[in-house]
Design a protein around this ligand. Structure first.
Ligand code: ZN
Length: 320
């Protein structure tokens, strides 16, 4: 009896031991397989390269799986991370950002995004994009975007000689209304604004540009005037503004009138279109007198954020 019982018990113990061993082996196998699987993931490979969990999240937010897989084969891309986190990053420009950075040693993510968003990785006058006039007061005209020869705004009005020395000058009515409000407020502050240039036809711009070109050549003409079709004055949204006391391009920048405009024009929808230090992006050296109407909302945004209208257009309108 006793012997049989012992035998049975032995068999049971062997069975239990066998099952346990099997379970342990299965667990180890599954665990190893899971580890192996995890080591094949992009996440693991990126962590190994040195990306943090937060940085991996940034990559996943902006890049496709395929693009991330490519990254697992290279060193950590610090510049790429900075570009992806720039507030004005545009996904479809990514290759151009990387190319521009490679061509410009020491460039920062901010400077690269600003340059590419404004097309300055291409030479002026080589892209020939048509201005989308449907954008209305937010239409873009610069050295890449141009108006057709026959574009003329439909709501031009005559400017009173109270605001402009001389007769026959025109501007879009929406701009005129805003300008008069601004003029009155400036007047209350003891400042007398005076318009020096307003709407210009394609043909008028042609003769301005040609006169420079004929006297001193294309390079000089391009440095001082826009080519016909590429002038913002053809939009009927831009005014060259001086004051009755400071009337030249040389002295207006340091005038009380310019200071007043800098602080207040955005409230009426105007921006100084070509500011100091933005020549690269806008294509024009600083013009303290050239004020562009974009409406109060956009003018306020630009007043509060350190970007050009060209950048605003690329991010919010073209790719918004
Ligand atoms: Zn101007």
């Amino acid at each position: 009896m006793k012997k049989t019982k012992l035998k049975l018990k032995k068999g049971v113990w062997f069975a239990i031991g066998g099952v346990l061993l099997l379970i342990i082996l299965i667990v180890i196998g599954v665990k190893s397989y899971q580890t192996y699987q995890y080591h094949q993931t992009n996440e693991y490979k990126l962590l190994e390269i040195g990306y943090s969990a937060e940085e991996i999240q940034v990559l996943e937010e902006h890049l496709s799986n395929e693009e991330i897989t490519t990254l697992t084969n290279t060193d950590k891309e610090e510049f790429l991370l900075e570009v992806l986190q720039d507030p004005y990053f545009i996904k479809s420009y990514l290759d151009r950002y990387m190319a521009y950075h490679n061509d410009h040693e020491g460039s920062t993510a901010r400077s690269v995004v600003a340059a590419v968003n404004t097309n300055t990785d291409y030479d002026y006058y080589t892209m020939d994009f048509d201005t989308n006039t449907e954008d209305d007061i937010l239409m873009l005209v610069n050295k890449y975007y141009h108006l057709s020869e026959d574009y003329e705004p439909t709501d031009l009005v005559n400017i009173s000689n109270r605001y402009y020395y001389g007769e026959g000058h025109q501007i879009r009515s929406v701009v005129y209304d805003a300008f008069i409000d601004m003029w009155n407020e400036a007047n209350n502050a003891g400042i007398y604004l005076i318009i020096n240039s307003s709407y210009r036809t394609f043909q008028e711009q042609q003769s301005v540009y040609d006169s420079y070109k004929d006297s001193r050549g294309t390079t000089y003409a391009d440095s001082i005037a826009a080519r016909p079709g590429y002038s913002e004055h053809q939009t009927g949204l831009s005014l060259d503004i001086f004051s009755t006391e400071y009337t030249t391009t040389a002295n207006f920048k340091d005038s009380p009138a310019h200071q007043w405009l800098t602080q207040n024009a955005y409230k009426y929808g105007f921006i100084q279109r070509y500011e100091a230090d933005t020549e690269e992006l806008t294509g024009f050296a600083e013009e303290a007198w050239h004020w562009r109407y974009v409406g109060v909302e956009v003018a306020t945004y630009l007043h509060e954020h350190d970007i050009t209208f060209d950048e605003y257009y690329a991010y919010f309108i073209l790719n918004g």
